[in-house]
Design a protein around this ligand. Sequence first.
Ligand code: PLP
Length: 428
Amino acid sequence: MTSVYQKMTDAELDAALADLERQADELRALNLKLDMARGKPSPEQTALSRPMLDLVTSETDLADQGVDADNYGAPDGLPSARALAAELIGVDAANVSVIGSSSLNLMYDCVEHGYVHGIAGNEPWCRQGEVKFLCPVPGYDRHFTVTESFGITNVPVPMREDGPDMDVVREYVEKDATVKGIWCVPKYANPTGVTYSDEVVRAFAALRPAAPDFRIFWDNAYAVHTFAGEGDELLNIFDALAEAGAENLVYEFASTAKVTFPSSGMAWVAASPADMADLRRAFAAMRVSPEKISQLAHVRFLRDAAGVAAHMRRHAELVAPRFALVEEKLTEGLGGLDCATWTHPRGGYFVSFEGPEGSAKAVVKLAGELGVKLTPAGAPFPYGNDPRDANIRIAPTYPTLEELGQALDVFVVAVKLVAARLARAERA
Ligand code: PLP
């Protein structure tokens, strides 16, 4: 892609640069303090779940289908919490454990299980020499941090418009027994917003891994986070596995972090019966039983998948206008300049932006100087290394619409100025 700045004559480019420097100076003088870095719900969104806090009081019956929420027991979680979790991701409640408030924590526990004890009776990864995880990029930085923290080698795999490049994934997984896992966000992926196509899901189910202790870490964090209408349809990975005659291949994770309260929701993992038995043994060494009072509040508030869908429509009323504003401001400011592309998600929490090669760090730095904090450039790549230095993750949910509009105006000027400076540097 050749940008308008690269096509300008020297005189035109100098004039454009002077104009953009002036715009940047004007923005700097406003002393803005805005934040587009955080993938978290706005205060209006978390307020939607406050009524849940009134549902468990000193008067409340704390029994759930014969289980006392106020005592030890039910290591897989309250029966009705398991039923809700299972319904939301379309699996059998018998194969679900609802534990704690963070799905990332459960992912960590599963990696730790592979590393320390070994998956399904296999040699622990810590005794197998170098082991690898595949990381579709751009992806979720905290996934990469989990595996990196164990010294597991994170290997980037390109993302396409319908999911990871499955030719690359197949080559690694089926030929290299040191590849033990892959991080996936199959619906409204962080940060691209991509939902994996049926073909990609089926290709995952059809993998025949070289390593018996390879597992797909299927982080369905945004399963119900649609902006409008029915939203994207994700093929159920366990149905695809059954079709392919495969099992013991997937750990699926989800949580209500962005349904109710981040850090105070309920999180769960689902897997095959054999994998669940293996995980339960690991979890049994970690705790007597999970926190269940919050689970009780969740099921009394959300009830079932229909209740969650109704609640998520209220989130969408707050979230969708923010994403529409991103689309509007980027199109207005950068459309036709041939210096950037961005994704157009129908759900989730992020937009993935690609500027000119060599621009991302400079744009993040300049936007910071102009008062707008962005996710650090490179964060969506293993080891923070975006080889093209072009990707920036935009997180529009937290600021108010007014703040977001201002932040995007700054962002657009920063992108244009950096693109023009790069075009000038090319000629030097
Ligand atoms: N998975 C993805 C893809 C996320 O984007 C996030 C948060 O941003 C999480 C997991 C964290 O979820 P939890 O709060 O349940 O640990």
